[in-house]
Design a protein around this ligand. Structure first.
Ligand SMILES: C[S@@+](CC[C@H](N)C(=O)[O-])C[C@H]1O[C@@H](n2cnc3c(N)ncnc32)[C@H](O)[C@@H]1O
Length: 275
């Protein structure tokens, strides 16, 4: 068994900073994770140890260092067409419904809040192109937001490794929508340009957003305390269209947090609709 080189005070400082800046809940039981995530940040910034890194963050010795520490503690796990069911619900039920509901104004807005490296919103873009080509004449806004500058830069670049495209992306969609660039697969501009990416910290002031027909808020609430989840769900409601739809991750729910949403089970999919 390895023992931690970090003092309880240093761990507590990291937990408090990460909670204040991102709402992500960490505690001493996550010491191994803190060490594994912060060791590369210390090295990249020329510190001999994580402890030195923490001292430098405390003393505000380097601009952006605190953000690097916070971002290192986020989990950016994502994949194309993750869980599949939400995309089936979009194709079978939700997009046909919105196509009728929004026919007069010809607009559709979808938000991937906590979008990580972009696979979620790009999956939506490919899905729209594949199954709803008639919406190409609509004003479609696909917005990806995240707290982390690093993942947003990768999302905007829209270049993915072989491993990343192997996870969830059907071969036919890979061939159709990506071009090979050295070791990477680059999304073709016609799909890439359908999405825009903006920095948005869910617990800070939000930039102005269009009124959203569908919101993906998947696999991020799990990291937050109940009162933070409540506050975020309430704010999400304010930017949603009447009867708008919210997708959460498989381990997440609005139940017991926000009574304004009703849980809908449709085939294998679960989504939450504003009452
Ligand atoms: C596990 S990923 C989820 C990606 C995608 N939604 C999915 O389900 O595949 C969680 C993302 O939440 C972001 N995140 C964590 N705290 C956040 C906050 N306070 N505001 C905005 N994004 C946050 C992280 O940077 C990370 O990219």
């Amino acid at each position: 068994m390895t023992t931690s080189t970090l003092t309880p005070e240093a761990i507590s400082y990291v937990c408090t900073t990460v909670r204040q800046r991102s709402a992500i809940e960490l505690d001493i039981s996550k010491t191994y994770l803190i060490e594994a995530r912060l060791a590369p940040v210390a090295k990249q910034n020329g510190f001999a140890s994580i402890d030195e890194l923490i001292q430098a963050v405390k003393a505000k010795r380097k601009l952006g260092l605190e953000s690097q520490l916070v971002e290192a503690m986020t989990t950016n796990e994502t994949s194309f067409f993750r869980d599949l069911h939400p995309f089936e619900a979009l194709r079978k039920t939700l997009l046909p419904e919105i196509r009728t509901k929004n026919a007069a104004r010809k607009s559709l807005n979808i938000w991937s809040a906590a979008c990580s490296t972009g696979q979620e919103i790009y999956s939506v873009a490919m899905h729209l192109r594949e199954h709803f080509p008639e919406l190409a004449s609509w004003k479609v806004q696909l917005v990806g937001t995240d707290l982390s500058d690093e993942v947003l830069a990768k999302a905007k670049a829209a270049k993915f490794s072989q491993i990343e495209v192997n996870r969830g992306l059907p071969a036919a969609l890979l061939v159709k929508n990506f071009q090979r660039q050295g070791m990477l697969w680059e999304l073709r501009p016609e799909i890439r340009n359908m999405a825009t990416f903006t920095k948005l910290n869910l617990i800070e002031r939000w930039p102005v957003l269009p009124c959203m027909d569908i919101v993906f808020l998947r696999n991020v609430l799990i990291y937050f305390a109940p009162e933070t989840k409540r506050m975020i769900l309430e704010n999400i409601r304010k930017v949603m269209a009447p009867r708008g739809v919210l997708f959460l991750g498989a381990a997440e729910t609005t139940m017991g947090l926000d009574a304004a949403f009703e849980r809908i089970q449709s085939d294998n999919s679960v989504f939450y609709r504003l009452k």
